[in-house]
Design a protein around this ligand. Structure first.
Ligand code: ZN
Length: 370
């Protein structure tokens, strides 16, 4: 697994400390390691290494192929590595079934310590005070036995009578422990309320899609399910309410605001090549504001963030859709609703809360040309 780190800020305690080893990935790793070892049977490339101390650049010269004489050892080593990988996966699945019978192995990755540290209704109070530039629509009540119920709302901005207006969708709080976007979106909504109505834009805000997670600082919902990857099976009430409430309109843009615990810079996910120009312009805008950009993070096994940009092409999406029967909300919009512009924004936990809020706010404003 690529160097995944997990850090939780002092103000972000709660139930989000889950182990970050994905068993399905570990067995793939061991397969590749075994493959690499078997290559040694053919050839071990040995080069003369020259290092330049000034700029610590390394140059390789005179590469030779050295044959390994004892091929048996390599083959046995490869088989051992593969065996350990498969053993690990088997033990993981057995342990998941034995010790957590009511949760799926994929989802059972966090400790169910629930401590309420925020109040959902207090946080959404402001939406009922907004002017008539906004409409508040109740989209469902989340009800799980033995837990408090939560009303979910959609906050729609704009002139509903203007059929020519561009329709956008902004969402945040799918993962309850990612809170900077929640604070930024409140600021953004209040900002929109404070300026003249922008007649040519309608925005549907889905503000805090995971209310329980927000209150308890959990990535997942009450049922320990990741709402964000529930857009194939629709096992969560939250994902169902969300999808059922989508107006019969074609969204020009869908923007999902998140945070990341394994990155040190900002990251923007996009899914369609035609969105690259717009994605680059957002990155450029952030660069001007001195926001650090991510260059290390690898997702979907093969795709690495470069200068804050991470494209998940169609073959990457196929992996999660068809092999894992899971899909993120962004992939749902790209694949099912053919939305032409879909982005997911991720600020790193490593930066300070004001910087993260500021980053999201800058992006929200830039998306409507401000
Ligand atoms: Zn997230």
């Amino acid at each position: 697994m690529s160097n995944v780190k997990w850090k939780i800020e002092n103000d972000e305690r709660g139930c989000s400390e889950f182990p970050v080893i994905d068993s399905e990935i570990t067995v793939i790793d061991s397969f590749f390691a075994a493959l690499l070892l078997t290559q040694l049977v053919e050839c071990l490339t040995v080069c003369n290494k020259i290092e330049f101390l000034d700029n610590s650049e390394t140059i390789y010269q005179n590469c030779k192929c050295m044959k390994i004489k004892n091929k048996k050892i390599i083959i046995i080593l490869s088989l051992c590595v593969l065996f350990i990988g498969i053993l690990y996966l088997s033990l993981h699945i057995i342990a998941a079934f034995l010790f957590s019978p009511n949760i799926m192995p994929f989802e059972g990755r966090h400790h169910a310590i629930h401590t309420k540290i925020r109040d959902y209704y207090e946080q959404i109070d402001f939406i009922f005070e907004l002017s008539n530039k906004f409409q508040i629509i109740e989209i469902g009540t989340i009800e799980y036995p033995n837990y408090p119920s939560y009303q979910m709302y959609k906050v729609s901005y704009g002139n509903p009578n203007n059929n020519e207006a561009v329709n956008l969708l902004f969402m945040c709080g799918l993962h309850g422990n990612e809170i900077a976007p929640v604070y930024a979106m409140k600021d953004f909504i209040l900002f929109l309320d404070s300026i003249d109505l922008m007649d040519n834009i309608n925005i549907d805000f889905y503000y805090i899609v995971n209310p329980f997670g927000f209150e308890n600082h959990c990535r997942f919902n009450i049922a320990n399910l990741d709402i964000n990857s529930d857009f194939v099976a629709f096992n969560t009430q939250e994902a169902n309410f969300f999808v059922n409430s989508l107006r019969n309109v074609k969204y020009t843009g869908v923007y999902d605001f998140h945070e990341h615990g394994a990155t040190e810079g900002f990251m923007l996910y996009y899914y369609l090549s035609k969105n690259k120009t717009k994605a680059l312009s957002i990155i450029e805008m952030l660069e001007h504001s001195n926001i650090p950009l991510e260059n290390e993070f690898v997702d979907y096994r093969f795709f690495r963030a470069k200068n804050g940009l991470l494209q998940i092409p169609f073959y990457g999406r196929l992996f999660s859709l068809h092999f894992m029967k899971r899909s993120t909300v962004e992939i749902y919009f790209v694949e099912s609703l053919k939305t032409s512009e879909v982005f997911c924004f991720e600020t790193p936990y490593y930066s300070s809360m004001p910087e993260r809020i500021n980053t999201h706010l800058l992006i929200m404003k830039s998306l409507i040309g401000l």
